[in-house]
Design a protein around this ligand. Sequence first.
Ligand SMILES: Cc1ncc(COP(=O)(O)O)c(C=O)c1O
Length: 392
Amino acid sequence: MPPSGPLDWAGETLLADERAGLLRRLRRREGGSEPRCEVDGRKVVVFSSNDYLGLSVHPAVREAASRAALELGVGSTGSRHLSGGHRAIADLEEALADFLGTATATVAPSGYAANVAILEALGGPDATILSDAGNHASLIDGCRASRSRVAVYGHLDSADLAARLDGAEGRPIIVTDSVFSMDGAAADLIALDRLARRHSAWLVVDEAHALGTTGPGGRGLAAELGVAGDHVVRVVTFSKALGAAGAAVCGAEPVRHLLLQRGRALIFSTAPTHPTIAAARAALGVLIAEPELVLRLHQRARLLRRRLGERALPGAHPSSPIVAVLVGDPARTMELDLALWERGYLVQGLRPPTVEPGTSRLRLVVSAVHTEAEIEGVAAAVLSVVADGAQP
Ligand SMILES: Cc1ncc(COP(=O)(O)O)c(C=O)c1O
């Protein structure tokens, strides 16, 4: 038998995913980033967007992005190390550091790149990274890229973390999402910080889903819990509540220098575009000027949780806009996803490897710009399809 060729391998791999109910397909969306749009030819209200505060379509943010494109151009023309650090990036870094009360903020091309870069910067063969089992893929990939030893501790299990820290070799680095993206649960940052201090460890916290949703004025979970210090590093993304793209790593002065020396995902990638930086800066301005947006988001999230009652997965942070409904079976999850689309709601079904096997789920994400009627509507639709085993 001749060896099978690359396309045979591709076909068999995709077929295996399809048979397991795990094949991902992209949907086609018409229109812009408003939650009301058309997906695969059907008018829907989107409940799977990270645009928690609706800032991607805020007039001040649109205006700033448009003006930047007209005045400065679009592309940043390269990595900041090659093409120079544009002043607007430095201004945004200053504003963010001021907002979060950190000595520095360093912009990265994306949240993914920021997480990889900070673990490259702090880690190495002489370090052990202790990583929560529920961490985002970008942190997992950052652990690998950093060439550190890696110890994965149980999800939200600080007792397991403590035991693993006792046995860890080399410099310890604790890394966690703050608000977990798959269920809205919050890390016990106070316990993690206590352990970090006891073991002289770095504490790296990914605030992707907490900036703009959690803490005073949307400053995130570390700010809510008073977790701070030179050993604490916070990654914030502009791609979620700020409605743009890109990210920043916020921490002490040496953290920035290490990133600029060792953070390959940041050094060897083009800086965000001018409209992106302008949009993120304007969105931060809106967040500071209109903190009531965060309160409206909390009110909407509470309403959805109340309506879903015991169907909503427990354990989420009370202000988290992420509400999960556990289904279990991946194929059944996608049936429900399709049934909800049929009823006019885009609610993403999540399957492995995005979530653990056996924990496939519907993940609903609320935004401050959803109307109460839309929230009532999606809750009723979810309860109905889950209860009656609806087929599309
Ligand atoms: C927890 C978490 N961290 C990081 C990222 C990556 O952010 P970005 O989309 O800006 O690359 C995401 C986005 O999915 C996320 O959910």
